[in-house]
Design a protein around this ligand. Structure first.
Ligand code: FEO
Length: 628
């Protein structure tokens, strides 16, 4: 029966899993199997992206027939001619004579090489940047030579932002029911195999992968559909970042791979002792016997970690066979930027260290640590210090490189940090600590007062202070006229009624002291507030400076009296959070408008003028918020 998975509304995975294959490409073990992915797009035209390996041909054909459901197959896009993807192409074309093959010239040539089939009459030959409209979708073809073969191209659907990435972004391992990487614990269960897949398939072609990544960085990608493994629809950046590291041969993490070959266990013993010493120094190590562990696992680990120690006996005057094979395999993958060290063994003429170095050192940016450890037959306790010294050297090198990396990352973070927003958040202004005061004045026979929160001591000797008063306040006008004022410091216990009396009505329209028992006057003859206050301060104006909406008064203190020793002064923050009623008195019939966050005054209308000033508390438009 067919076995397919929906990728998007009109794109379906029609590939298949292979769990019988033991060695991918005849050389790489795949203990968890492998998937051969093919995708079928149902648009006005139908498009199949690649075919599959011949081992799963039957399942694939059934999947394609099922999804097409009687429709013709208009196009098959061939992105890569390696037989794990193209082996079933000839059979597909035989069954579907109506299908046009979309490919580049090199792929057409390879089709002839593999199948002795000239597809020219039914081919649409494309090159870099060519496009194909299939109805709703538009496909753009992008060359990706040497990712993994020279003919490879990838395809970008500009409508749904899907990158059909050929071998890139693939993973070893069959799909266990899921199709998206975010449906499984990818980091835990698949990342090692993804790394091993990368290193074995395209590890040698870092520059070419970088070139593809550069092209990909210029397009918006929502989905990556590779030819092996999972489809990526989330956390794309995390996987792309892995590719950036791998393709630039940058270690993913600090740590040491100890790869050894051993005939009778003595070289293995040296590797184990070094591993223990490194662990004691806080260095993460992974140890492999190259005669046992498949080379692809060890090569993948070498791509992952920053340091490698190779340990091998001398054998037939050369390097022990399994280590020699491994080193040539590693070198063929063009590993770069690693720090290495060597341990050799030999019962009469140890030379494997020098010979291992001759293979590894030419790799680009390889740093060889001094201190070749030479074992004669078996490690002796007298050599413990030598191994300890090597462990010290490696640990110090790792620490130094980590520090440099951190420094670089921090510098880059500063360089790449987004510009700080340069707007003004009014809430930040509220973080300044203010008190609340009743500012009183007398001009002629008129007594008046208002609420302010902007009183600050300026100097101690002489004692001066500043106050900023909104010019819309009648009190401001009276202070300019009289040159004197009183400041009554409100306490924590102040009720809203006191704030409302002095803050939310205008002295031009009413007498703020009417019905109030605040009848006391200070020496200067100006009223002060004796209740809910802990002090009053009388002042004489020295200077009045116009600051647009406010006048800044600098004043000399002429009298200062403590009214309550124990009562705490109220802060503006406490007023906002605890004294001011939580629900602004918004009229229920008002549908459109703005409410003052300070006093609850409601402005009715669609748009609040930018220069609007609250008629009650005199705060500006920035302190209003929309109703509803
Ligand atoms: Fe999955 Fe290069 O083939």
């Amino acid at each position: 029966m067919y076995c397919v998975k929906k990728v998007t509304e009109d794109l379906t995975w029609v590939g298949a899993n292979d769990r019988r294959l033991s060695m991918f490409e005849g050389v790489y073990s795949v203990p968890n199997g492998v998937s051969y992915n093919s995708y079928l797009l149902l648009d006005e035209k139908t498009v199949l992206f690649d075919t599959v390996d011949k081992s799963v041909s039957e399942q694939f054909m059934e999947n394609v027939e099922h999804v097409l459901s009687g429709r013709r197959l208009d196009y098959v896009v061939i992105q890569h001619m390696e037989p794990d993807h193209s082996a079933t192409l000839a059979e597909l074309l035989r069954r579907r004579p109506e299908t046009t093959v979309v490919c580049n010239k090199m792929i057409a040539d390879m089709i002839k090489q593999f199948f002795n089939l000239d597809i020219t009459p039914r081919a649409l030959i494309v090159k870099e940047g060519d496009t194909l409209s299939t109805g709703r979708h538009n496909l753009t073809f992008i060359a990706a030579p040497m990712v993994h073969w020279p003919e490879v191209m990838v395809t970008y659907d500009t409508v749904d932002k899907i990158l059909f990435s050929a071998d890139a972004f693939g993973t070893f391992g069959a799909l266990n029911g899921a199709i998206f990487a975010d449906e499984v614990d990818f980091d835990r269960d698949y990342m090692d195999e993804a790394r091993r897949y990368y290193t074995t398939i395209v590890g040698k072609y870092g520059a070419q992968v970088q070139s593809l990544l550069k092209k990909a960085s210029g397009i918006e990608i929502s989905l990556i559909c590779p030819l092996h493994g999972f489809v990526w629809r989330r956390n794309l950046d995390s996987f792309i970042n892995k590719y950036l590291l791998w393709s630039s041969y940058t270690p993913e993490e600090s740590g040491v791979v100890i790869a050894y070959a051993s005939i009778y266990g003595n070289t293995a013993n040296a590797a184990e002792v070094l591993s223990a010493y490194l662990f004691d120094r806080g260095v993460h190590t992974v140890v492999y016997d190259v005669s046992v562990t498949p080379a692809s696992d060890i090569i993948a680990a070498c791509f992952r970690f920053s340091h490698i120690v190779f340990a091998a006996p001398t054998y037939n005057s050369g390097i022990f066979v399994t280590m020699e094979a491994f080193l040539h395999d590693l070198a063929a993958h063009s590993l770069q930027n690693r720090t290495v060290a060597f341990i050799q063994n030999g019962s009469w003429a140890p030379t494997s260290g020098k010979q291992m170095r001759a293979i590894v050192e030419p790799l680009r940016n390889t740093t060889v640590l001094n201190g070749l450890i030479s074992v004669k037959s078996a490690l002796k306790p007298e050599q413990a210090a030598e191994l300890a010294a090597l462990a010290d050297t490696i640990a110090a090198d790792i620490a130094e490189k980590a520090a440099l990396r951190k420094q670089k990352e921090e510098a880059e973070a500063v360089e790449n940090a987004p510009a700080l927003p340069c707007g003004i958040d009014n809430n930040a202004m509220f973080k300044l600590s203010y008190g609340l005061y009743v500012l009183t004045a007398r001009s002629g026979e008129k007594d008046n007062g208002c609420i302010i929160n902007t009183a600050v001591q300026l100097t101690d000797s002489p004692k001066t202070l500043t106050i900023a008063v909104n010019k819309a306040n009648f009190t401001e006008q009276m202070i300019r006229e009289s040159g004197e004022f009183n400041l009554s410091v409100l306490t924590d216990a102040v009720p809203m009624s006191v704030i409302s009396r002095f803050g939310f009505q205008s002295g031009r329209d009413c007498s703020k002291f009417e019905g109030c028992d605040c009848v006391r006057r200070s020496v200067n003859g100006i009223r002060y507030i004796p209740k809910y206050t802990n002090a009053y301060i009388s002042c004489k104006v020295l200077e009045a400076r116009d600051h647009g909406t406010h006048t800044l008064f600098v004043a000399e203190v002429t009298e200062a009296v403590v009214l309550d020793k124990s009562a705490e002064s109220v802060t503006y923050e406490r007023y906002l959070s605890e004294i001011k009623p939580k629900t602004a008195p918004v009229c229920s019939t008002v549908q459109k408008g703005y409410v003052c966050k300070i006093c609850g005054y409601v402005y009715e209308g669609e748009t609040l003028p930018a220069d609007f000033v609250c008629p009650l508390c005199k705060h500006g438009a920035a302190d209003f918020e929309p109703i509803g």
